[in-house]
Design a protein around this ligand. Structure first.
Ligand code: HPA
Ligand code: ZN
Length: 333
């Protein structure tokens, strides 16, 4: 097993991080008080009781709590503080570059404007770049459980940010089963029309089948797949991912918390390595899943003790290579 110091020092890129999923209970109650938000009657009232609720049988059980939690985010300052808290914590863990998801529909559905949300997150990213020397990209996710027409309207509303590069990428998240990539073809096409350089990704093959991964590639033209663990069910797909160098953004602790697998050691990561499928290691919704970026690395190092310095170096290098940053920054890292 490689030493902890080695894992800490690795120049880590995070590609799968929902900023709303970094809302720690302490911050949640702080924002609820500050914004005079009444939480539901059955919502826990202490940090401990809330943390005790973080036992999920599946993705949907988590999402149900995650969307209630997000209701306390109201002002630009809330989004700023939320994002800054993430960078402050993870820059100490060896983070060098973060590609951050946000879910505007979770907020616009409560009449919080896209501008408030985007500006708060972007301002924190810029300050974090100055304070911690990290780089960042912002990825706007479409909520796949909503009407694709709403997702399409969101793309229209975000046109200025897509054109000027404030939003570097488009993603697709929320409940996966029964919401296949095919529903969102027009949204993705619209984003490409607005900015031909836009980067594209989608959650696929977390709870959904391997065919959702192929569909995301074929229909949505994504450059990356979020999760994608179910790709391991289809050897031809693995060959394709390796051949086309499609990176999977893997979230080990998330997969255990949401019962995609029982233990991190059951993830098909060795199979991905053997096939040459690139993947990165990520924290997904760290406030809810029991660990931030380095904690995910540590858990893997425990459960894949056969991985030595070379394998870890390769994984981290893949993360840099497949980050949506320019060649100059890649060289620096
Ligand atoms: N999967 C799908 N949607 C999400 C997740 C996730 O892990 N986290 C936040 N939204
Ligand atoms: Zn996710």
């Amino acid at each position: 097993m490689v030493p902890l110091e080695f894992l800490k020092e690795l120049p880590k890129c995070e590609h799968h991080l929902h900023i709303e999923g970094t809302l720690e209970p302490e911050l949640l109650f702080k924002f609820a008080n500050r914004n005079k938000i009444t939480l539901p009657n059955d919502f826990p009232t202490t940090v401990k009781d809330l943390k005790d609720k973080y036992n999920f049988n599946n993705l949907q059980e988590f999402l149900d709590l995650y969307y209630v939690g997000a209701n306390v985010l109201i002002t630009e300052q809330d989004f700023y503080e939320l994002t800054m808290a993430y960078f402050k914590r993870v820059s100490k863990q060896g983070l060098v570059h973060a590609e951050i998801f946000y879910d505007p529909q979770t907020h616009t559905s409560r009449d919080i404007s896209l501008d408030i949300v985007t500006r708060g997150i972007e301002r924190a990213c810029k300050d974090a770049q100055k304070q911690f020397g990290v780089t960042y990209k912002i990825i706007m996710c479409l909520l796949r459980h909503t009407d694709p027409k709403d997702c399409s309207s969101l793309i229209d509303d975000a046109a200025k940010y897509i054109k000027d590069g404030t939003i570097s990428g488009i993603g697709l998240d929320s409940s996966e089963k029964n919401f296949p990539p095919a529903l969102f073809v027009e949204c993705y096409e619209k984003a490409i029309k607005l900015n031909p350089d836009i980067k594209l990704t989608a959650h696929a093959g977390e709870e959904g089948p391997a065919s959702y991964v192929s569909d995301a590639l074929d229909l949505l033209k994504v450059h990356r797949i979020d999760h994608g663990v179910r790709s391991a069910d289809d050897d031809a797909l693995l060959e394709r991912l390796a051949e086309e160098k499609i990176m999977l953004s893997i979230c080990p602790l998330s997969n255990v918390k949401l019962q995609v697998v029982e233990k991190v050691s059951q993830l098909p990561l060795q199979k991905f390595l053997d096939y040459g499928v690139p993947f990165s290691i990520n924290s997904d919704d760290p406030a809810y899943f029991g660990g931030y970026l380095l904690d995910n690395y540590i858990q893997l190092s425990k459960e894949y003790p056969q991985w030595g310095f070379f394998t870890w170096g390769q994984i981290v290098k893949n993360g840099i290579t497949h980050s949506w940053i320019d060649e100059k920054r890649k060289e620096e890292l």
